[in-house]
Write a protein that binds this ligand. Structure first.
Ligand code: ATP
Ligand code: MG
Length: 356
C-alpha cells in the first residue's frame, strides 16, 4: 500500500470551497484503488489567521510542513490584508523555503467552446509553461532611496543566479526532450540588458546538451501576441518568474478562465514537499456563495497524482475534466452553467467512478 501524506492549506475566500472538492476526488480514488491511500492534515493558515494572530502561518510552520509528500493550497488573500503580506508571508515563503523552483502551468484548451478565439486554427492550444519560481524579478531585492522626497528613487532588482537559471532551463530541456516536443524560451534581451541577455546565453549553452530538442526564442512582447494569434506554435515554454506569471494568466484567458487554470510548484529533487494550487486567488466577490468553480483545484489534484508517479490516475482525472466540460449545465456560472461548487465535485466523482 502506498500512502501519500498531504498537508491541506485551504486558506481564504473560495480556497476552502474548492479544496474540499479536490479532497473529495482524492477520497474517491482511494476507494477505487486499494493500493493507494492518502492522509490529510489541515492547517488553518491564511489571512483570517493573520487577523487573529498577526501572522499568516505559525513560526515553525515550515518545520511542520517539511515531512509531507505534498501541500494542497486553496488561495490566500483577504480585503484589508495587503496582498504583499499574504503573498510573501505564506505562498512565496513556502515556495522559497522548499525550493519549489519549477512552476508547471499547463495552457490546454480542453473544450473548443471555452476559448474567446474565433478561428478554428487558433483553437489548437496545448502547451506547458515552465515558469522559474524561486528568483528573478520575484527575488524581493530592492530599496527605496530618499523616501517621500522629490528625488525619491525606487529600485526593484531582478536576481538571476547561474545556478537558478541553469536548473530551470535544464528542467525545461529535459521535459521537451523526454516528451519529444519543441522548447520555446521567452525573454526580453533587447531591453533587459543584463538579466535577459544572461538568460538567453544560458538557454543557448544548455541547448548544446540537447541537440535533439528543436528550440525557439521570442521576446515576451512578441510571444504575447503569438499566444493569441498562433498558440499552436508553442509546445513547452520556459520563462522567468514575472513573465511566467503574466503569460499564464493570458493562457488562462484563452482556455476557459481562472476557474480552470492550475499550477504546480515543484521541488524536482524531492528534498522538500511540492505544492499544488489553482492559479486563481481567493475571489472575495464570490466567496461563500457556493458558486466557485472547483475544476482548477481538481486539475491540481491531477498534477499532484502525476507528481506522485500515479500517472494513470492523473490522466483519469484530466480525462474526466474533459468529459465534465461537455455538460454545460452541470458547470458553475463562470462557465455558463447553474451548478454549485459541491454539485460539480459530486458529478465529477460520478464520472470518475464510471471511468475506473
Ligand atoms: P486574490 O486577492 O486572492 O488574488 P482576487 O480578487 O484577485 O483574489 P482572483 O481569484 O485572482 O481574485 O480572481 C479574479 C476574479 O475571477 C474573481 O473575483 C472571480 O470573479 C473570478 N474567479 C476566480 N477564480 C474563480 C473560480 N474558481 N470560479 C469562479 N470564478 C472565479
Ligand atoms: Mg488576484
Amino acid at each position: 500500500m502506498k500512502t501519500f501524506n498531504i498537508a491541506l492549506i485551504p486558506g481564504d475566500g473560495i480556497g476552502p470551497e474548492v479544496v474540499a472538492e479536490g479532497v473529495k476526488v482524492l477520497k474517491a480514488i482511494e476507494k477505487l484503488d486499494s493500493s493507494i491511500s492518502f492522509t490529510f492534515t489541515m492547517f488553518p493558515w491564511g489571512c483570517e489567521y493573520y487577523i487573529d494572530n498577526g501572522k499568516m502561518m505559525d513560526d515553525d510552520g515550515i518545520d511542520k510542513l517539511k515531512t509531507f509528500d505534498a501541500i494542497y493550497l486553496g488561495a490566500v488573500g483577504y480585503p484589508g490584508v495587503p496582498d504583499h503580506i499574504s503573498l510573501w508571508d505564506l505562498l512565496l515563503r513556502i515556495r522559497k523555503e522548499f525550493d519549489q523552483y519549477v512552476n508547471l502551468r499547463p495552457v490546454t484548451l480542453l473544450n473548443q467552446s471555452l476559448t474567446p478565439l474565433k478561428s478554428k486554427m487558433e483553437k489548437d492550444i496545448d502547451f506547458l509553461v515552465i515558469r522559474e519560481n524561486s528568483e528573478g524579478e520575484y527575488a524581493g531585492a530592492g530599496e527605496r532611496l530618499f523616501k517621500g522626497n522629490q528625488e525619491e528613487v525606487v529600485l526593484q532588482t531582478g536576481v538571476f543566479t547561474r545556478k537558478g537559471t541553469e536548473r530551470i532551463i535544464r528542467y525545461a530541456y529535459e521535459e521537451a526532450s523526454k516528451s519529444n516536443r519543441t522548447l520555446t524560451s521567452i525573454s526580453k534581451g533587447n531591453a533587459l540588458n543584463y538579466s535577459m541577455v544572461f538568460w538567453d546565453e544560458v538557454f543557448d549553452e544548455i541547448g548544446k546538451e540537447y541537440p535533439d530538442v528543436k528550440t525557439y526564442s521570442y521576446l515576451v512582447d512578441a510571444a504575447s501576441l503569438y499566444f493569441v494569434t498562433d498558440p499552436k506554435k508553442f509546445e513547452v515554454v520556459v520563462t522567468s518568474n514575472l513573465f511566467g506569471d503574466i503569460l499564464t494568466d493570458l493562457g488562462a484567458a484563452l482556455t476557459g478562465g481562472l476557474g480552470l487554470a492550475t499550477g504546480a510548484n515543484i521541488n524536482p529533487e524531492k528534498d522538500f514537499p511540492s505544492m499544488f494550487e489553482p492559479v486563481h486567488g481567493s475571489a472575495p466577490d464570490i466567496a461563500g456563495k457556493g458558486i466557485a468553480n472547483p475544476i482548477a483545484a481538481i486539475w491540481s489534484v491531477s498534477q499532484m497524482l502525476d507528481f506522485f508517479g500515479e500517472k494513470e490516475w492523473g490522466e483519469a482525472v484530466l480525462s474526466c475534466i474533459k468529459d465534465m466540460l461537455k455538460e454545460t449545465m452541470q458547470l458553475t456560472p463562470d462557465l455558463g452553467g447553474s451548478a454549485s461548487t459541491g454539485e460539480v465535485g459530486d458529478r465529477f466523482v460520478e464520472l470518475l467512478n464510471e471511468y475506473a
